[in-house]
Design a protein around this ligand. Structure first.
Ligand SMILES: NC(=O)c1ccc[n+]([C@@H]2O[C@H](COP(=O)([O-])OP(=O)(O)OC[C@H]3O[C@@H](n4cnc5c(N)ncnc54)[C@H](O)[C@@H]3O)[C@@H](O)[C@H]2O)c1
Length: 432
């Protein structure tokens, strides 16, 4: 099948590469000419495990191409995915300007029946708006499909290739058939393709992210309570997770969720609910709890030291989660800003996110070439992202590098007993 993907970011590039891998001819479009040039030369602008290899192979075999020319891509394709960003507007709502601009440009370029698929995360009613926008520009027939994406950064290819389910919101049977055909290579293991109306598909994406964010905020509250009453959140987490109705995943406390999706999608859902006079109270609390949780590691550091002026804090991990270079809404940002504002020096290490971090902090912090280098002369270590390579460090070496052996662990990588044995003063989340 000939496919165009408009918007070559985390979602668009992964989707494009995976559709090419399953034998389709895919053209990825982006209006960022620098990004397109890099991709045309064989580069990959983001870090995502396995992506570089997948892009390289499909580019070499001629199934994956990159361009800025949207009209030509639309004319040559049967299916056109919209995968541009839907950033947060000032009032918290999803800003649809990129989606609707692309819809308009698609409409202007139409030369026959096309299926236009919205893969961006968009509020209920967007499929209708996309249909109207395209309809104003063309007399050619077309179908609009809502196909939200559930991939996780850091495991995006695996998630796309072996999804738990595929959600397809669609109004016409012929578009549904085409989408089923397109996704059939990814659902051979029996994952369901769930066909529904567009409004339900659009809402499914927000409900899924909001539910996951709710679990995180809930567990963060439980962890804070554990600290206050002298309980251990690890015991509580494992015990409640063994209840089949609850399940063990997504119960890890930490220093708040970040990334390009949960914060903005929770806010967008609150907003589009309030637009129809529905007060989504749980989500307002989920959001408030998350903002507070992001300040907790700094509060622990401040409480320990009192004055931070002149102190050096090593930070392990900058990305909002492991296996990505993405720092959008990363908890590292408010932590580091608070440390700097309090007069501390920051020596940071991240395996992938340093280039992105330079764009945020510039020369205000030091970027260390390894996690051990970051510890040189440090008064404390703050662990912010749970990269696997941080899980089994050489504690003796760490102690010799640090000025004082104090760890503030925002991800509970170690046990308090292990840290005491290794001679560290250790603060973590939800444990004594
Ligand atoms: N990142 C994730 O993990 C994830 C997961 C599921 C869903 N989503 C959703 O998918 C959408 C895209 O997210 P992302 O993380 O890939 O965003 P991104 O910012 O990484 O990529 C968006 C791309 O679209 C391009 N673009 C913007 N306007 C354009 C235009 N008019 N024409 C062509 N290209 C244009 C940008 O240059 C950018 O490269 C969002 O709605 C997001 O909420 C993201």
């Amino acid at each position: 099948m000939k496919i165009a993907v408009i918007g070559t970011g985390y979602v668009g590039l992964v989707a494009g590469a995976c559709f090419a891998e399953s034998g389709n001819d895919v053209i990825c479009i982006d209006n960022n000419a620098g990004k397109v040039r890099l991709l045309q030369k064989g580069g990959v602008p983001i870090y995502e495990p396995g992506l570089e290899e997948l892009v390289r192979r499909n580019r070499h075999e001629g199934r994956l191409t990159f361009s800025t020319a949207l009209p030509k891509a639309v004319r040559e394709s049967a299916v056109i995915f919209i995968a541009v960003g839907t950033p947060q507007d000032e009032d918290g709502s999803a800003d649809l300007k990129h989606v609707l601009r692309v819809a308009r440009d698609i409409g202007r370029a139409m030369n026959g029946y096309k299926v236009i698929v919205d893969k961006s995360t968009v509020p209920v009613g967007t499929a209708v708006k996309v249909r109207e926008t395209i309809g104003r520009e063309t007399k050619h027939p077309f179908s609009v499909v809502s196909n939200p994406e559930f991939l996780k950064q850091g495991a995006a290819i695996e998630d796309f290739m072996k999804p738990d389910r595929v959600v397809i919101g669609v109004e016409e049977p012929r578009a549904a058939e085409l989408m089923m055909e397109l996704y059939s290579p990814f659902t051979r293991t029996g994952a369901p393709i769930m066909v529904m109306d567009c409004a339900s598909a659009e809402l499914t994406k927000y409900a899924a992210n909001a539910m996951l964010a709710t679990r995180i905020s809930f567990m963060n509250e439980v962890a804070n309570l554990c600290e206050a009453v002298g309980a251990d959140v690890d015991h509580v987490r494992k015990a409640i997770g063994s209840d089949k109705r609850i399940g063990p995943s997504f119960l890890f406390p930490g220093i708040g969720y970040g990334g390009s999706c949960f914060p903005k999608d929770v806010q967008a859902m609150i907003r589009f609910a309030s637009d129809i006079n529905y007060d989504f109270r749980i989500l307002q609390s989920v959001e408030a709890v998350n903002l507070r949780q992001k300040t907790r590691l700094f509060a622990k550091i401040k409480r320990h030291f009192g004055r931070l002026k002149g102190k050096t804090v090593a930070v392990w991990g900058l990305a909002f989660k492991p296996k990505t270079d993405d720092m959008r809404e990363a908890p590292a940002i408010p932590l580091i800003e608070a440390l700097l504002a309090a007069g501390a020096r920051v020596q940071a290490y991240d395996p992938e996110a340093v280039t992105v971090a330079r764009g945020i902090f510039g020369k205000r912090i030091t970027y260390s070439p390894s996690n051990y280098d970051a510890l040189k002369g440090a008064d404390a270590l703050a662990i912010v992202t749970e990269w696997n390579e941080f899980r089994r460090p050489d504690f003796a070496r760490m102690r010799t590098l640090m000025r004082s052996p104090i760890i503030f662990d925002g991800r509970n990588l170690f046990t308090p007993e292990q840290m005491t044995q290794n001679g560290f003063t250790y603060y973590s989340i939800g444990r004594r």
